[in-house]
Design a protein around this ligand. Structure first.
Ligand code: GRF
Length: 219
């Protein structure tokens, strides 16, 4: 199976996928990595993989430049950016079976999701919270604060199917992470990222299994 991985930053989850593929733990290869940030260290990780993984920096700036800095202009820029992102991915050779959002910090609109799902390509996302909790950015810090201020005893991580509503698609796999008294945010982040690295491989594995079953049923 072929994977395209979307990143925005460090790429430690991308690295977990690279390592899992190399170790034969996933029946897949990562054929392309796309980042919405030029400085994303994950782009280096892709270039250093063996064999090196082709990368694309999909830059939002040219799209913003083509439109006025008004709410309508910004929306138009995002529509074109997302539509072009879907075209870029659907034109890849080979076309991915699954797109994995691994620390991808850009909300994917229907302008991206509609053409992708019409082409039968699945999109899954890592989110460092449990289903229905702390959707959106800063989830780990919000959970950490809830632990200190509201007595929340646990948070978690999930891999879920991507739909238009942010971090709200069906969960594929989840793992709870107990919150600890007096733990610093950095320590919690460390523990959560460790859980992410295992879950992103497991979530991708289960998704590929579903793709396989879907194909077998059709043949
Ligand atoms: C995840 O917690 C993600 O939600 C956030 O950063 C982590 C992914 O980091 N954006 P990485 O880029 O995979 O290392």
């Amino acid at each position: 199976y072929n994977l395209t991985v979307l990143i925005s930053g460090n790429g430690s989850n991308l690295q977990a996928l690279i390592d899992a593929c190399a170790a034969g733990k996933l029946p897949a290869r990562i054929t392309h990595v796309i980042s919405n940030r030029k400085a994303a260290y994950g782009l280096e990780r892709a270039a250093k993989a063996s064999p090196p993984i082709p990368t694309t920096y999909h830059n939002l700036v040219p799209y913003k430049k083509k439109h006025p800095a008004t709410p309508e202009g910004t929306a138009a820029a995002r529509t074109e950016y997302d539509a072009d992102l879907s075209k870029l991915i659907l034109d890849l050779e080979p076309r991915p079976d699954v797109i994995v959002c691994a620390g991808w910090m850009h909300i994917l609109t229907p302008d991206f999701l509609n053409p992708i799902s019409s082409a039968g390509v699945k999109v899954i996302n890592l989110h460092p919270a449990l289903p229905g909790e702390f959707a959106g950015a800063g989830a780990i810090e919000r959970a950490w604060k809830a632990g200190r201020e509201e007595g929340l005893t646990r948070t978690g991580v999930m891999i879920h199917e991507v739909i238009a509503e942010v971090d709200a698609g069906d969960a594929i796999v989840t793992e709870e992470v107990a919150l600890r008294e007096e733990e610093t945010l950095e320590e919690l982040e460390e523990r959560i990222h460790g859980v992410e690295h295992g879950l992103i491989v497991e979530g991708t594995r289960r998704t590929l299994e579903k793709v396989g079953k879907g194909r077998a049923a059709k043949s």
